[in-house]
Structures are given as C-alpha cells and as structure tokens.
Design a binder for this molecule. Structure first.
Ligand SMILES: [Zn+2]
Length: 244
C-alpha cells in the first residue's frame, strides 16, 4: 500500500492494523554516462513494492512511505545533476520523518537505503528515533546486506556498476544507455576527503565495470533481495503475534 494514495481517513484506519512501514531513501546523483540520476531511488522503491507484494501473498500488509529523494553525496558532487545535502541535514530530516511514523503508531520503521553516502547519517537518525520513541528501526543497505547473493549473480558490484546497472535494466530499461556503459573498480588505501576526489575515484561517475549488466541479472537480484527482506519482516511480525 502506497501512503500517498490514501486519504487521511483511510490512513487512520490502516495504521491501526499495520505495524511496518518502509521508507525508501536515495539520492539524486550522477551514475555514469549510462544510468539516470534517479537510480538510487528507483532501486529501493522497486524493492519496497516487491516486498509488499510478496508479503501480501502471505497475508501480511505493510505500508510504503513516499521516498526521500535527496541524499548525502559529497564525492559525486563534482558531476552535474548531483544534488548533495549535508550529512547533518539528512540525519535531521530522516529523524523527523521517521519520528512522525513512530508518532503515528508504527512500531517498525524500515529505512530502505539506495545510496552509500547516506549510510552514516541514517544510522544516527535511526538511533535517535529508536531512543526517543522506543520503536524498532531497520537500516537496509540492499547492495551491502545481500552482497553474497548479488555476487552469486554478478561478477562484480559498485557504483553504477554491474549490479546497479542490471537492476535499472530490469526496472527502467528505456532509461539505460548500455552503449555508453564503461568503467572500472577504483579504491584508495585510506579515505581521502577532498572536494574533487570524485574525478579520481569515480571517473564519469562510475566505480565498477558495468558492461556485464543484463536485465535478467537485475531481475534475479531484485527477486532475491525482496524475498529475503520479506522473510525478515514475516519473521519479525510472527514473533510479535506469538508474544501477544
Ligand atoms: Zn547508486
């Protein structure tokens, strides 16, 4: 169920019977010459919808909240189209939004993150909300938490890389310019914070070789990730029912 489709009256009813809300969070950010700027929101939105559908089949309803589009993207901010908000701004914004869902009565708030730069601010936001409202907050970084599964499907993963490109090929193939897909994995021994480090670490906004990406791989990734998240939610909700 998408929150933005409901009236306030309907929402008032829904919140009495649903305990889990997924809040997708991403970034508006350069993803190579081949992927759209909205990549980091498209992926978690799609995963959220698949999780919802899988749970519905098993008799469990969850709510999908409208996504948070703008994220913290210091490194990729050297490319046009990256709209970076400061880490502290994102932390406070997500804390306030998630806090509102806690106030509305949701006991489990899942931050479904699509962007690496959001990681630290989201942990801090989650801790604040958990502390203040006594609710459970999950932080899911899909490409990290399910890395093993993803690497059984793709030969590598990375920003605008084989995994992410495959996922967007599965969701919005019309927006992917595979003929422009190129890149390589780059790392640095220590984290260097410099305004223009993005040009070195993410040439053209890429940090992986995306050329092996296919829609089939993307479909497989989306399926395994959403199935595993759905199972985790089922398990958690089952425990709650058992404890009542
Ligand atoms: Zn991305």
């Amino acid at each position: 169920m998408r929150m933005e489709d409901l009236t306030w009256k309907e929402f008032g009813e829904v919140r009495k019977s649903i305990s889990t809300v997924i809040l997708p969070i991403g970034s508006v950010e350069a993803h190579g010459r081949h992927l759209p700027l909205g990549t980091d929101v498209f992926a978690p939105m799609e995963i959220a919808e698949r999780v919802e559908a899988k749970l519905k089949e098993r008799g469990v309803e969850i709510l999908i909240a409208p996504p948070i589009w703008y994220g913290h993207s210091f490194v990729l901010n050297v490319f046009p189209g990256t709209i970076n908000v400061k880490a502290d701004t994102l932390r406070r914004y997500v804390r306030d939004v998630a806090g509102e869902f806690a106030e509305e009565g949701f006991g489990r708030i899942i931050l479904l993150n699509g962007h690496g730069g959001n990681y630290h601010p989201l942990i801090e936001a989650a801790e604040e909300v958990a502390e203040r409202y006594g609710v459970e907050v999950w932080l899911i970084n899909w490409w990290v938490d399910f890395r093993e599964d993803i690497l059984s499907i793709c030969s590598s993963q990375g920003h605008a890389g084989e995994d992410e490109t495959s996922v967007i090929l599965a969701i919005k193939p019309e927006l992917v310019k595979m003929e422009k897909a190129a890149g390589e994995r780059r790392t640095s021994k220590v984290r260097v914070i410099r305004k223009d480090i993005g040009f070195e670490l993410f040439p053209d906004g890429v940090n992986d070789d995306p050329r092996g990406a296919t829609g089939e791989k993307g479909e497989a990734i989306l399926d395994v990730v959403s199935e595993k998240i759905a199972r985790l939610i089922l398990e958690a909700e089952g425990h709650e029912r058992g404890n009542r």
